[in-house]
Design a protein around this ligand. Sequence first.
Ligand SMILES: [Mn+2]
Length: 310
Amino acid sequence: MSEHPTTHYRTIWISDVHLGTKGCQATALLDFLKHTESDTLYLVGDIIDGWQLKGKWFWPQSHNDVIQKLLRKCRQGTRVIYVPGNHDSFARHYVEQNFGGIEVVEETEHVTADGRRLWILHGDRFDGVVQFAPWLAYVGDHLYTVALTFNMWLNNARARMGLGYWSLSQYLKQKVKNAVSYISAFEDAVMQEARKNNYDGVVCGHIHKAEIREVDGILYCNDGDWVESMTALVEHEDGSLHIVTWTPPTVVREKKTRRSRLRGAVVMPQQAEDPIAEPVARVAREQEADPPAPTEETGKEEDARSVIQA
Ligand SMILES: [Mn+2]
């Protein structure tokens, strides 16, 4: 049982849930969805991880429950708008259609109660203009502690093999530094594009880092993720925006459910497993994408194209 009362917001944004992966905090998200209500709920991409599901099937009951909860909210009158991301780009085939009332759009606009026009998109289209791998932001963090121990072991081994000292922690520190510059480069690129398109601000996900900040009159909001930070962006009745960090109830360990038993219960479009869907969508994006003019730091177009996908 959780001690959270039900809270009503004008709008809620969540993204980067990555249903279908072990990292997904479905139980915490379910708790959040049970205790919050909104006129509009935006699903800002990477809700279902089609990339992972293509490889190894992982779909416990709680992941199904999240989908059912979203559909139930829709039936009960919440306007649910789904803006697919790069991990669930299969859903981009359903743009302008709906799944059980959930509207699917490539990107959209939201007007706050106080009249600000916000651009709603996942954010992966900026991968082409921003270098470095975003996953390093949190992988680096955890790995760093482990690295200190591992480094000792590694260098003992290297010494035995007659090799010189090599600092893994230094290497990782550099990676973390790159991740930090990745995040600020991403935020800058998104804000620059929002300004170009005459929006007052932008709400995105993708980099798993919740944030609200304003730079020169442009509002940048990122709703974070449900893999690690368990965050959502909310709009109150007066139009003010806040990040909610959800403290999950006591974590109940989930039993891995058998694939055969679950197959029939999964609510998912068949295209999720279509190996062509993702490459096609990626090519289409690359062709369609109209990235902002390269700046000095991100000027090398060719290098930028080969960036690891978030
Ligand atoms: Mn993403």
